[in-house]
Design a protein around this ligand. Sequence first.
Ligand SMILES: Nc1nc2c([nH]c(=O)n2[C@H]2C[C@H](O)[C@@H](COP(=O)(O)OP(=O)(O)OP(=O)(O)O)O2)c(=O)[nH]1
Length: 130
Amino acid sequence: MLKVTCAIIEHENRVLVTQRGEAMPDPLLWEFPGGKMEPGETEEECLAREIKEELNITIQPLQRLTPVLHRTQTKTIELIPYICTLRRGDIKLLEHRDYKWSLATDLHRYNWCLPDLPVVEEYLRLREYT
Ligand SMILES: Nc1nc2c([nH]c(=O)n2[C@H]2C[C@H](O)[C@@H](COP(=O)(O)OP(=O)(O)OP(=O)(O)O)O2)c(=O)[nH]1
C-alpha cells in the first residue's frame, strides 16, 4: 500500500489548496499538497519534506485527521491528512499549476482528487462549518 501524506495548511483564516499539473497523474485536479512517504521517515517528516520541495514553505503539523483508503485498479493509497500551520516562506510553485488560499466555506467548489473528498468533509465538520 502506498502511503501519501497531505497538509491542510491554515493561515489567516484560510486554507491552502493546490492544483495538480497537466503532466501529473490526476491532472488539473485540486488536492492538499503532500506526497509519498519514503522508507524510514515519519508522517510529519514526509509532510515537511514534501511541502518544502513542492512549495518552498515551512510548515508545522498540528493534528492528524482520519486516513482515507482509496483503491484504484492498479494500486491502493492511504491518504494521511494533517492540519498544519504555516511557519515561514513565500510560496513558489515548484510542481503544481496553481494554488489558492481558500475560505473553508469555499472548499466544496473545487474539483478535488477523489480521495480528498472525505478529508474536506472531516475538516469542515471539525471546524464547525457544517
Ligand atoms: N499529494 C497528494 N496526493 C494525493 C492527494 N490525493 C490523492 O489522491 N493523491 C494521490 C495522487 C498520487 O497518486 C499520489 C501522490 O503522488 P504525488 O505525485 O503527489 O507524490 P510525490 O510528490 O511523492 O510523487 P513523485 O513525483 O515523487 O513520484 O496520491 C492529495 O491530497 N495530495
